[in-house]
Design a protein around this ligand. Structure first.
Ligand code: SF4
Length: 544
């Protein structure tokens, strides 16, 4: 059967090879192809901006935001709306045309930079010519896609910082010069170097977002988050955008409507600034892939602020909303650009007419162990390591997903000896955070730093421990890495860890399909990257 599309960017890709007819995520082939075309014209735009910078000319900040928005919107489960991508391609083409007029030297522009088709019926044919498989060499394709996915991940982080009016011009320049470089013929060696440099800017992107979040909302602190429900109607907010949450909380004051978090929005409870809102009730449910049943029983409206939406079930189709880079055909989208006050009144009015949420569970989650909180506990942690009460830390950050193979992470957490501590971030935590693993001398055995981008905190904690224990090499610490990946933000976290010199990372539940056998060999030989096997075998390797 001919390929209608080709996408292999996430862990759930068909047969761990590639989605060729329709995405396992539900993305149809037309939307997948428009995403490919959008990435290609965005590379063309980046070639123009890179040339402009070389000529000493200024690139408008709106163009930087356009590039990161485009990359972010093509992340897995971010946007399923073909029309959105068609409009973005037209917008990019128009922007390129205007910027090209400012270039003194127009020589050597690529077809991606010059593409200016207005007949949208021809987009599908063009997309087939420029998609992932247009690169014939398997290793070059593998590395170019690895870099592209890393750039998608760091663009998501950059976009979250941008909405808090924080930008990093060097990061934008790197994203664009690298996108431009991906249009050129490059050797495997050159692409490996560019992969590591992408990791370096991954650290910059996470630092940018960490600074933006903590300067706006304070440093995350140890917090007990309720899991039950109240009697008021509620709005469920999911995704990662803390600015959207802030606007929603402001607009729901004294309305009689409570606000609950779902999945990756849980760590918002850890920030001091959000604790002042009396209607910020607690966390409802689990990770993104559970949304079909959990959104149905929530009973009230749901706001998806970033990637993590799946095809809405009929039971809640008329009460789910998207905003930002997220979209789904037929779902109401709340508009608003960077710096705009979004109007959530439609969602709030709907909530008032809905019953309160159906209770799924009782209890609480304890989290908030980002770098500042862990540094405050540093003396206790160091003492526990020196006394032998804590033998090892296991970083189990990353993503959760649908596949049953991910139950490995629950079993792994359960099997860990009582003198080990899990360091986590991202929605991977839902596989074990409710297990009640207890504490070691008052230090919880699961330290949740926050969202996937808060993996930055885990890196800072490792670097701090290296300093305290006066070690030469970060790999001499009693820390093992057993990371679960799903989408492209996990790719930039992985590249960032490699850039920081972390070795012997175990990645599961499968290695990425986009890594060719030769690229896997490079990662194994230089970084000791490995997959997972059984809990028993991996326990021997990772815990000893
Ligand atoms: S994002 Fe993942 S599941 Fe969706 S089409 Fe791409 S590889 Fe397939």
């Amino acid at each position: 059967m001919d390929n209608k599309m080709f996408c292999y960017q996430c862990q759930e890709t068909a047969k761990n090879i590639g989605c060729t007819q329709v995405g396992v995520c539900g993305k149809d082939s037309e939307t997948a192809n428009m995403q490919d075309l959008l990435i290609w014209v965005t590379k063309g735009l980046s070639q123009v901006t890179t040339k402009l910078r070389k000529e000493g000319k200024t690139v408008p900040i709106e163009v930087n935001h356009m590039v990161t928005f485009n990359l972010f919107s093509t992340i897995t489960n971010a946007n399923f709306d073909e029309q959105v991508f068609i409009q973005r391609i037209l917008l990019v083409n128009e922007t390129k045309k205007n910027l090209i007029k400012e270039l003194t030297d127009k020589e050597g522009l690529s077809s991606a930079a010059l593409y200016d088709e207005k007949d949208t019926t021809l987009f599908g044919k063009k997309a087939k010519e420029v998609g992932v498989l247009s690169e014939a060499n398997e290793d070059v394709r593998s590395l170019k896609e690895l870099i592209t996915y890393g750039l998608k991940g760091v663009s998501a982080y950059s976009k979250h910082a941008n909405v808090l009016i924080k930008d990093d011009g060097d990061l934008d320049e790197f994203i664009q010069s690298t996108l431009s470089a991906l249009l050129e013929d490059k050797s495997v060696e050159e692409l490996i170097a560019l992969t590591l440099e992408t990791g370096k800017y991954g650290v910059s992107g996470m630092a940018l977002l960490d600074g933006a979040n903590t300067s706006a909302y304070g440093n995350p602190e140890m917090t007990h988050v309720k899991l039950g429900v109240g009697t008021n109607p509620g709005i469920l907010i999911s995704g990662h955008d803390l600015r959207d949450l802030e606007m929603l909380l402001e607009q729901t004051q004294e309305t009689g409507v409570d606000v609950y978090t779902h999945s990756e929005m849980l760590p918002a409870h850890y920030y001091p600034a959000f604790k002042k809102y009396p209607n910020f009730y607690g966390n409802y449910g689990n990770a993104w892939w559970m949304q079909k049943s959990e959104f149905a029983s929530f009973n009230g409206p749901i706001l998806m602020t970033t990637n993590c939406i799946v095809a809405p079930a009929d039971s809640y189709k008329d009460r789910i909303f998207t905003t930002g880079a997220t979209g789904y055909p037929g779902v109401t989208h709340i508009p608003g650009d960077i710096g705009d006050e979004k109007d959530f009144s439609e969602i709030i009015n709907l909530a008032k007419k809905c019953p309160s949420p159906t209770e799924l569970e009782k209890g609480e989650i304890v989290g908030g162990f980002a770098h500042n909180q862990v540094f405050a506990l540093a003396d206790k942690v160091v003492e526990a390591v020196k006394s032998g009460a804590v033998k090892r830390f296991i970083v189990m950050a990353g993503c959760d997903g649908r596949h049953k193979s991910r139950n490995y992470y629950t079993e792994f957490a359960k099997a860990l000896p009582e003198n080990t501590i899990i360091l986590t971030a991202g929605c991977a935590k839902y596989k074990y955070i409710k297990l009640n693993l207890g504490d070691i001398g008052g230090i919880p055995r699961i330290l949740d730093a926050g969202q996937c981008n808060d993996s930055y905190s885990l890196a800072l904690i490792a670097l701090k421990l290296k300093e305290v224990f006066e070690l030469e090499d970060i790999n001499d610490l009693p820390i093992s890495y057993n990371i679960a990946w799903y989408e492209q933000k996990a790719v930039i976290v992985l590249l960032a860890l490699l850039y920081l010199g972390v070795k012997n990372i175990h990645l599961g539940p499968t290695l990425p399909a986009f890594l060719s056998p030769n690229v896997v060999n490079v990662l194994v030989e230089n970084f000791g990257i490995a997959g997972i096997s059984t809990v028993e075998e991996d326990m021997k390797i990772l815990v000893g």
